[in-house]
Write a protein that binds this ligand. Structure first.
Ligand code: DX5
Ligand code: ZN
Length: 216
């Protein structure tokens, strides 16, 4: 089965957002990945609801939103109102993760849990049955264009084993430093969804990169 490709809007040209989203609409991308940063959980600030609402208004692909913020549970109604289909919250940002996951589901969205590079996948043993997807960060969150952390491949393999052992259908998404080369290694290790920012938006032919990623 071809992998799911989710271009990360963070690497787009924000002066020409409409043009960039039209490219995504034309492309074979499956989802559009949105990176929301608060300057507290991560040392950077990206964009918020006013931008997301406008993007949602013209984007034809489902929106996969990655919240790099503290207390993401506070914004569940606003996230739902934007038309986001899947809300990713960080394991490290949620004290009551089970409650947050169920609040996301009860709001009518898919819930996904994101792990920083240092957080072991084994910590998901008692929540994985309740979520649609695990997002493994293969860079430290906060910035695009960073180098892929090799240890992520082992995490993908261990997580896949856990999912199979439990008889679940949980998706594995990987985000950070993904290109055609690291993407291939990730798919071989068991990743289902590839997020790519710079590898897509900084290429002369982004639609071709998306097609090539889907073939991995
Ligand atoms: C980083 C973000 C990523 C980022 C990926 O904190 O979560 O989605 O945009 O960018 P690349 O693919 O350039 O590493
Ligand atoms: Zn992301």
């Amino acid at each position: 089965m071809p992998c799911i490709v989710a271009p990360s809007l963070l690497a787009a040209n924000f002066l020409h957002l409409e043009r960039e989203i039209e490219m995504i609409n034309r492309s074979e991308a499956d989802w559009l990945h949105l990176d929301i940063m608060d300057g507290v959980f991560v040392p950077n600030i990206s964009f918020g609801f006013p931008v997301i609402e406008k993007v949602a208004g013209i984007c034809k692909k489902p929106l996969d939103a990655h919240f790099m913020i503290v207390e993401p549970q506070k914004f569940i109604p606003e996230v739902k109102a934007c038309g986001i289909f899947q809300m990713n919250v960080h394991y490290e940002a949620c004290i009551h993760l089970h409650r947050t996951v169920w609040a996301i589901r009860e709001a009518g969205m898919y819930a996904a849990v994101t792990l920083n590079p240092h957080t072991p996948v084994e910590l998901l043993e008692d929540i994985i049955q309740d979520i649609n997807m695990v997002l493994l960060m293969s860079v430290n969150p906060g910035f695009g264009g960073q180098k892929f952390i090799e240890q992520s491949l082992d995490k993908v393999r261990r997580l896949k084993e856990m999912i199979i052992r439990k008889g679940l259908k949980t998706l594995i998404e990987v985000d950070g430093g993904v290109n055609l080369q690291t993407g291939k290694q990730l798919v071989d290790a068991g990743a289902d969804v590839l997020v790519a920012g710079n590898a897509i938006f900084n290429d002369q032919n982004p639609e071709q990169v998306i097609r090539d990623l889907k073939k991995l």
